[in-house]
Design a protein around this ligand. Structure first.
Ligand code: BG6
Length: 483
């Protein structure tokens, strides 16, 4: 019973949210570098500017200064007993413009050192190749993944990383939360630029753009999987899906079918990654809409680039109601989401649903029967600094402990009762990072506090929260001691 030996307990972060040093070491400008700070209190969304504009505030430029603090941060993770650490490589540290002829040696060396540091501490690196930080030049010059040349640029970048870190990195993830963009109606261009560096203009057919650029991203992922298998046969490559299951609002048959269609729309990406081809429901949708971007030769590329495992993030669940918006096609729109009266939500409105994690693990397992790893799960909150306690912490984040505890319990049930093949759990994020959706510093997820805030006060010093000590015990006991 319980988690297998060698279960990869750990935590996950992303380069653009943590590293900072946006101009150091030969780094180029990424799409994250042109995203301004938003604000949850005033409901100000992040803006994507046309390059870096003086007078605007870009939180990813400083991040949490992990670039200079990574040794200290990894040592703290090792103190908690981490078996794994997930981070991403910033594409712009390796190929500053995305289409450069040669890689930037300083960037390659930086990650060499960081990965060596993890290995020295007995921590397994899990590396994401693309986590919302594509070169901005690719957006400007090619309109990102709307242009098939970006598949080649991504392949070159991926091959460079596989060759350089061969034998050191055993787990790679291709594209972070590739499926987020299916929610373009709610998020607008935000996710489409984050995932694919595609700039959407007024009057564009966003739906058509989303499906076509996503297809090219799926091809890029498949090409990378194949390349990795050739270069380092011992390494494994996974997809990364942002998983937040959709429940029907009621037992009404139309609500049920609507929720199923929502799952289709949001998760067909996983079908393509895992099965190597598009599901029939998606091909029918493309036919209905007259999309013809899939070429004959693409079919073999997808078939040859099936992933070895599924990785996913899980924060919340959704519920949807049939509104007849699209009639009998049941095409889904996230505008049909409703508030789930059975769930509480965070200050950002994210509905807290530990049971849903077990549901999602089963959903993936039933569909693909592949090994799985949870690579993000965590609780964003406004933390309050208190006096240092005798135990040594300065933040009493019992609410975060509660969230993580309940989710770990649900994941344990999925392993023990449902037999899902799970090889790791990484909470988001061991260290406070800049929020991806809002660009806030004050939306904190960490077990380790970073002394920096939205008012730009602080010195980036690190400290332990109550959850630091709790998670250490969880790992030590391999998930048996959750109190
Ligand atoms: C996932 C992303 O969407 O959720 C992370 O992969 C992100 O990059 C995390 O930080 C939490 O979201 P947010 O918006 O609260 O930072």
């Amino acid at each position: 019973m319980g988690f297998k030996e060698g279960f990869l307990w750990g935590g996950a972060v992303a380069a653009h949210q943590l590293e900072g040093a946006w101009k150091e070491g030969g780094k180029g400008v990424s799409v994250a570098d042109v995203m301004t700070a938003g604000d949850n209190i005033t409901k100000t969304p992040r803006k994507i500017t046309d390059g870096v504009i003086e007078g605007e505030s870009y939180p990813n430029h400083a991040g949490m200064d992990f670039y200079h603090h990574y040794k200290e941060d990894l040592a703290l993770c090792a103190e908690m007993g981490f078996k794994s650490f997930r981070t991403s490589i910033a594409w712009t540290r390796i190929f500053p413009n995305g289409d450069d002829e040669f890689p930037n040696e300083e960037g390659l060396q930086y990650y060499d050192d960081m990965i060596d540091e993890m290995l020295k501490l007995g921590i397994e690196p899990i590396i994401t190749l693309s986590h919302f930080e594509l070169p901005f030049n690719l957006a400007k010059k090619y309109n990102g993944f709307m242009d098939r040349r970006c598949i080649q640029f991504y392949e070159k970048y991926a091959r460079t990383c596989f060759e350089r870190y061969k034998g050191k990195v055993k787990y790679w993830l291709t594209i972070n939360e590739i499926n987020n963009q299916a929610e373009w109606r709610k998020m607008g261009a935000h996710h489409i630029i984050q995932v694919g560096a595609v700039l959407v203009k007024e009057g564009d057919d966003v739906e058509a753009i989303m499906y076509e650029s996503a297809h090219n991203e799926l091809l890029a992922s498949a090409v990378a999987v194949k390349a990795c298998h050739e270069i380092d046969p011992d390494a494994k490559v996974g997809c990364m899906i942002g998983m937040n299951g959709v429940y029907p609002a009621s037992a009404k048959p139309e609500d049920n079918l609507n929720a199923q269609q929502a799952m289709h729309q949001k998760y067909y990406f996983a079908d393509v990654h895992a099965r190597g081809h598009y599901p029939s429901y998606m091909l029918k949708k493309f036919e209905r809409k007259g999309y013809d971007f899939i070429k004959e030769e693409d079919l073999q590329i997808l078939e040859e680039g099936k992933v070895d495992f599924i990785s996913f993030s899980y924060y919340m669940s959704f519920a949807s109601q049939f509104t007849n918006r699209f009639g009998r096609t049941f095409d889904f729109s996230e505008e049909d989401y409703i508030r789930n009266e059975y769930l509480k939500a965070s200050d950002w409105g994210w509905q807290i649903d530990p049971t849903g994690l077990r549901w999602c693990l089963n959903w993936f397992n039933d569909r693909y029967e592949l090994p799985m790893i949870i690579v993000e799960n965590g609780f964003g909150a406004y933390d309050k600094v208190i006096e240092r306690t005798e135990e040594g912490y300065i933040i009493d984040d019992s609410y975060r402990i509660e969230y993580l505890k309940e989710h770990i319990k649900a994941m344990k049930e999925a392993v023990e009762y449902d037999g899902v093949d799970l090889f790791g759990y990484q909470m988001w994020s061991p260290i406070d990072v800049v929020s991806a959706s809002t660009g806030e510093y004050d939306k904190r997820y960490g077990l380790i506090y970073v002394n920096y805030n939205d008012k730009h006060e602080g010195d980036f010093s690190r400290d332990k929260k109550k959850s630091f000590f709790w998670y250490k015990k969880v790992i030590e006991s391999n998930g048996t001691d959750l109190d």
